[in-house]
Design a protein around this ligand. Sequence first.
Ligand code: ZN
Length: 64
Amino acid sequence: MNVRCTYCRNSFNLSRDFIVSAVAEAEEKRQKHVNVECIKCRKIIKVPVKQMKRFLPRQTTAEE
Ligand SMILES: [Zn+2]
């Protein structure tokens, strides 16, 4: 998924692996946001867990 830094306007891509582990960690801590470090300015951007979940595959269906 693509994330845009609110500080420097740099946009970068988050890998699915990152999202999977970040969402799991946030849910464990009962956080509604995931802290993502901007690769350019290194500031912390808060990305809503809800938004991240949309990019995850559904775990209940195993096709193929
Ligand atoms: Zn930035």
